[in-house]
Each structure stands twice: as C-alpha cells, then as structure tokens.
Design a protein around this ligand. Structure first.
Ligand SMILES: N=CN[C@@H](CCC(=O)O)C(=O)O
Ligand SMILES: [Zn+2]
Length: 410
C-alpha cells in the first residue's frame, strides 16, 4: 500500500464525515480544519486532522507550505467533445447580428454539428483530450460530458464513443450524457416525429447495448424541443436505464421545470428564465438546480436567480457548460468567481455548489466532492491566500499551485 502524508495545510476545506446534499442555510456551511494534515492511501483519503495530532512517521511526505487544500471541482454540465471553434459567430454577435441572423448563416448548434460530421473519431478524441488536460490543471477532478453535436445516428454514436474512450483513458471521474435532442437537424425541421423516432428506435437501443451513456438530456426550449417532446424522449431513455439531466428555462419558461420534476430528473440546468412558480417548484423538489453563470455572461443574458433559488431551498450546483457556442471556457475558478460577483452567492455557497452539490448532480457523491475518508484524493492546492473568500474575489488570477487526481499531481 502506498501512503502519502500532506503536512502543514493552512486550511483543509470541505471536510465532512459524510456526504449530504446541501440546500438552504446548509449551503453556506463549509467545514474547515486549520493547520491540518491529510493522509492518502492508494489515492484515497484515509485520514485528516490537526497538525498537532499527527502521529505518523511515514517517509512519503509532502509539505503543503501553508497552502489551502480544497476538493477538486465537480463540473456537472459540459459539452467538451466538439470540433473546432465558433469565434466567427462571436465576432458576428459583437457586430450586432441577431441569433436568427447567425442561425440563417448556418451558425449555432448546427454549425458545430456540421464541423463534427467532417471530423474523425480520432481527431475528436484528440481535441477533447486536450481540453480535459487543461481542465484538470485548472482544478476539475470530475466532469459530465454530453453528446448533442452529432444529430444523426452515426455522429451521436461517434461522440459517445469518444466520451467512452475519455472515461477509459482519463484519471478524472467522467459521466456521459446522451443529448441527441439538442436541436432538430435541417432534414427533420418539419418532421419532428421522424427525428424523435430515430432517437428512440435507432440511437437509444445501441447506446444502451454498448453502455455509452449514464443520462439522457433534452434542450427543452421554444424553437427546440417542447415539454411534450421532452417527455416522450425522456420516457424512452428511462426505459433504457438513463435518468434525465435536462436543459430547461434558458431563454423561456415553457413548463420544463414541472415536467422535469415529474420525470424524476437528477438535475435541471441553466435556469436563467425562472418564474416565481418555477423557483418554488424546484425548491420543493429533490431535483438539483444546476446554474451555468458563464453561459449567461457570454450571451449577455440576465444571470440565474441564485439567491431566490437558495431561499426557496433549492439544492444549487454550479457548472461550466463548456461548449463552443455559449460558454467557450470550462474554467470552474471563473464560474465560482462569477457566481459570487454577479449572482451574490457567498464564497462558501459557491464552493459547496461547485464541489459536493456538483458531485451529487453526477451521482458521484460517494467518490468525490468533499474531504471525506474513503473518497478519491482529488485535491486543489492553492498558492498562498489570506482566506477562502480571496479565491473568488481575486477573479482572473491563477491561484492554483497544484492539482491532485487520485493522489497524483497532474
Ligand atoms: N443551450 C443549449 N446548448 C448549449 C449551447 C449550444 C451551442 O450554442 O452550441 C448550452 O448549454 O448553452
Ligand atoms: Zn449545456
């Protein structure tokens, strides 16, 4: 057995005897131990405590030199498998083109689908792998990755096989979500049932057979998938063992929240456009509300109503939504900063939402998301900081000194 002792940690952050989904006042409780040690055995957290109580003479020791040590980020909503980039649309938007004008020029999700159709599985893997490597150095230790830029049987399966390969090769904890219902491909624009039939009869059976996904997702939005269409697709997914994790209430409130609760979704994500009824409903439900502040920021939209959601007892998680169209960054440090700066989340709330609640939003709470005995030693070591609040306060600075995944520095 390999044992590693980390000494002289200024603050060990997010220490919990057991995991609990955090809502209401509990979200602002971030338990810490000052001047701490941490013992890792075979990549797993074995023990922790105050330096004054440390009783081991293990040779394998790291001196944290006064760093803060946090659980690595748990990013529960991303689209990191994509081909190329879409900065031309970014410039078009700066020049005043509307969403409809950009779409008419072949932009948006269909632009990414077109690029992906001309990209081999190997090349797609290489591009996604590079993003994953960068994210791990930025402190992400667990991540959910969606398909949804394929939009045909072959291309959706290609995306999901790339995610499967990422799972096999990466030391990060990865969950895969099937998002065939991201938008209607051009040939099905007037034949929604035709595409839904293809999802249900051609894609889902192969996905289930090859175990290519853990969850099913639908973009429930005006001009994309209606609540009824979402219900049909999710029910088929559930029959194949895939629980829903849904895109709802990004641009409009069209009943997605109510339907998602009924469908037993693990999480409902985006939530930029919420009525009071939507906020009350998700707060009273077991569904996690995953906020994607960098998407609202990049699209210059009103931010998600984090405070109202927390007041309504919603279990809020934070994720990056890393994708080429609405959030071309997966930097969870910036997500945490933005949630404090623009949504008035407290630093403790934001860190909990980006770690333990993010882990719950991927059903990985027994593996990651807190400093708990038996969990993976997925850790962020900070540069010298004066307090935990300094991390989101000092936005844009790289305050990460080292990241450990399974007890190994990446
Ligand atoms: N809203 C839907 N899908 C993605 C963005 C899609 C794109 O523009 O590529 C999102 O989560 O923001
Ligand atoms: Zn998304």
């Amino acid at each position: 057995m390999s044992t590693l002792v980390i000494r002289n940690i200024a603050q060990l952050v997010g220490v919990r005897e057991e995991s609990i989904l955090l809502r209401g006042d509990a979200l602002r409780e971030l338990p810490t131990i000052e001047n701490a040690y941490l013992i890792i055995e075979d990549g797993i957290i074995a023990d922790y405590g105050k330096m004054s109580d440390l009783q081991t003479s293990s040779a394998n020791t790291i001196d944290a030199n006064g760093a803060f040590v946090l659980p690595a980020w748990c990013d529960s909503h991303t689209h990191i498998v994509f081909a190329g980039s879409r900065e031309t649309e970014f410039v078009d938007k700066i020049n005043g083109l509307s969403y409809a004008e950009i779409a008419a020029k072949g932009g948006g999700i269909l632009n990414s689908a077109n690029k992906l159709s001309h990209t081999s599985e190997e090349e797609l893997f290489a591009q996604a792998w590079k993003r994953l490597e960068e994210l791990s150095k930025l402190g992400t230790g667990a991540i959910e990755i969606k398909s949804g830029y394929g939009l045909s049987v072959d291309a959706e399966l290609k995306m999901l096989r790339v995610i499967k390969k990422l799972k096999e090769k990466s030391s990060l904890s990865i969950k895969a979500t099937f998002l065939g219902a991201h938008t209607y491909p051009v040939q099905y624009k007037e034949n929604h049932q035709g595409y839904i039939d293809s999802i249900i009869n051609e894609m889902l059976p192969v996905i289930a057979n090859e175990k290519l996904a853990d969850y099913i997702d639908v973009f429930c939005e005006t001009g994309f998938f209606s609540t009824e269409e979402m219900e049909t697709i999710c029910k088929a997914g559930i029959q194949h063992g895939l629980k829903p994790k849904l895109h709802v209430n990004q641009l409009n409130s069209i009943g997605g929240i109510e339907k998602g609760i009924e469908l037993g979704a693990v999480s409902m994500d985006h939530l930029e456009t919420m009525t009071e009824k939507d906020i009350a409903a998700i707060g009273a439900s077991p569904v996690i509300g995953t906020l994607l502040p960098t998407a609202a920021f990049f699209l210059r939209m009103p931010m998600q109503p984090a405070r109202q959601l927390i007041n309504a007892n919603c279990a809020v998680a934070l994720a990056s939504d890393f994708n080429p169209g609405s959030s071309p960054s997966g930097n969870m440090n910036f997500v945490v900063s933005l949630s404090c700066i623009q949504m008035k989340m407290l630093p403790e709330e934001a860190i909990n939402a980006a770690t333990l609640n993010g882990a719950y939003a991927m059903e990985l709470q027994d593996e990651v998301g807190s400093i708990t005995k038996g969990k993976k030693a997925n850790l962020i070591f900070t540069k010298p900081v004066s307090s935990i609040a300094y991390l989101p306060y000092s936005f844009g600075s790289n305050l990460i000194d080292n990241v450990m995944i399974n007890g190994e520095i990446v």
